[in-house]
Design a protein around this ligand. Structure first.
Ligand code: ADP
Ligand code: MG
Length: 251
């Protein structure tokens, strides 16, 4: 059963077609990686799905509804949350306050930035802190955390929306090999624990082949292959345009 589908999805940035007639389907509870060289259109594709960009043509269906053109916050409310390629936290707030604020923003229509939060809110905040392994850093200023921990916090913020589908744009970009290991294990565990469907982009092929059930390859804004890691790895077109360049990382 597919939870997310794009039909003929296209965006034209003034003559430059960054995403071109993409027909894509995300199955319930799968871990699906989108790979492709820098500039292939991965982030743009995510932005079209999450409402941060409006397509020139085509549609996005989430569960049973067409969501094309809806504002990002409305799409998030339906259960589709994301993290960004660049860190997206409140750097001057504590770790605790970052998560608490996200929960308050989710629950209140007119949210008060200075609200101290209910007991339930505090409990939910602590649950999320534990889930992403940041309970001992809860009082620290978010902007002063290590890069890897800021990404963990960002994950908690996305999870505060209680999504069924999670989009992660290069979750390990800029991480050390050790931070990458921790992050991937965490994402894998949380995906299982919460029964999430995962769609992610990633440049590290060992990460991709380690966790993805299915891989789609984006090249110049088009999906040139989609299938199991084995199918994609042995696809001659994929090897030619992409994997061939990074052969040592895929074996
Ligand atoms: P990826 O995430 O795969 O590295 P992007 O989606 O960021 O690639 O970018 C795909 C292409 O679209 C790039 O050539 C980029 O320069 C271009 N692009 C992205 N956003 C815009 C925009 N708002 N206006 C014009 N061109 C853009
Ligand atoms: Mg990108």
């Amino acid at each position: 059963m597919s939870v997310l589908e794009t039909r003929d999805l296209t965006i034209d940035f003034g003559g430059f077609v960054a995403i071109n007639n993409v027909e894509f389907s995300l199955e319930n509870r799968e871990k699906h990686a989108i790979i492709g060289p820098n500039g292939a259109g991965k982030t743009t594709f995510f932005n079209l799905i999450t409402g941060h960009l409006v397509p020139t043509k085509g549609s996005v269906k989430f569960k049973d509804d067409i969501i094309t053109g809806l504002a990002p916050h409305k799409i998030v409310k339906r259960g589709l949350a994301r993290s960004f390629q660049r860190i997206n936290i409140f750097p001057k707030m504590t770790v605790f306050e970052n998560i608490q604020t996200s929960l308050i923003a989710r629950d209140n229509k007119h949210f008060n930035f200075f609200s101290s939060g209910s007991a339930q809110n505090r409990e939910d905040t602590i649950e999320l802190l534990e889930l992403v392994g940041l309970e001992s850093e809860k009082a620290e200023i978010a902007g002063e955390l290590s890069y890897g921990k800021q990404k963990q916090l960002e994950l908690a913020i996305a999870l505060a929306e209680n999504p069924s589908v999670l989009l992660l744009d290069e979750p390990t970009a800029g991480m050390s090999p050790q931070e990458t290991k921790v992050a991937i294990k965490l994402v894998d565990e949380i995906t299982k624990l919460r029964g999430l469907t995962l769609l992610f982009t990633e440049h590290d092929m060992s990460v991709v082949f380690g966790i993805a059930d299915r891989i789609s390859v984006l090249h110049h804004g088009e999906i040139i292959a989609s299938g199991t890691p084995e199918n994609v790895r042995s696809d001659p077109e994929v090897r030619r345009v992409y994997l061939g360049e990074a052969d040592d990382a895929t074996t």
